[in-house]
Ligand binder design. Sequence first.
Ligand SMILES: Nc1ncnc2c1ncn2[C@@H]1O[C@H](COP(=O)(O)OP(=O)(O)OP(=O)(O)O)[C@@H](O)[C@H]1O
Length: 294
Amino acid sequence: MAQIEVENLTKVFNGFRALDGISLVVERGEIFGFLGPNGAGKTTTINCCLGLIKPTSGSVRIAGMDVEEKPVEVKEICGYLPENYGFYPNLTARQNLLYFSEFYANPKDNVDELLALVGLQDSADKKVGEFSRGMKQRLALAQALINDPEVVFLDEPTNGLDPQGIADFRKIIRELNQKGKTFFFSSHILSEVREVCSVVGIINRGRIVKVGKISELSGSMEVVVQTEPRADESLLREFGEVEYDESRDVYVIKVESDCRVEISRTLFEHGFVVKELSLREPSLEKIYLSMVGE
Ligand SMILES: Nc1ncnc2c1ncn2[C@@H]1O[C@H](COP(=O)(O)OP(=O)(O)OP(=O)(O)O)[C@@H](O)[C@H]1O
């Protein structure tokens, strides 16, 4: 079932088309990675999805509700970790979260639980003005979860986190996703998106240039084979399209899945010695750069 439906969304700022008719669907329970370079339109898309800015044309539905028709209801079920968040520096972490929880019709009594979830239980009574950037980022995640949202929008969420913070963050996202939350994860960091997201959309200059599962997007996997003596090409054709790379004296087979065991069995049965049999994983980088182009 679709949880986020963006249809032909356009946003024009003083004659500049920041979004140019984008459409995408995020299914319930998905972690959708929204990839694009700086200025591509990621934050503008999120702002339209949350009803924080009005699109020039097009529409967004969250859990079946039109964002312009039901702005309050949509905000009740959405969480948002913005790129630039603001906390009250003179209030403690706990006080900040309690304050933000009051914005919701049914404030949840879960502030300490959330602080523990993001690893800030020992800093709950510390003023946020004394927090490091990474601590504020953790607190921003807690704030995004304060209303126990069904859908969570994350805009460049690991900015300022150290490697441990990034690992903790991924773990939290995966656990919450297993409990049924849908994530819309905007980033320009490919490795991050590949680690946590099931589906990826690539946006460039206000247009969606590609959407799909990471494996689909990146094209087929390849198996590289070298045998002694050189095997007959026809033996390998049953596994996929075969090309012979003369410079390296290897066959490259485009395969649907990792079928190295079957390939090695066939070669062995025909008396060939396998010198190399490796799998080339799809590269998201390659597809991203070919789409974004600069
Ligand atoms: N309020 C605004 N007024 C005018 N132009 C805007 C406004 N907000 C965004 N833009 C422009 O729209 C384009 C898309 O901006 P947006 O913030 O959505 O990009 P982004 O993909 O989130 O980029 P980044 O990764 O740098 O945050 C940019 O060219 C930006 O300058």
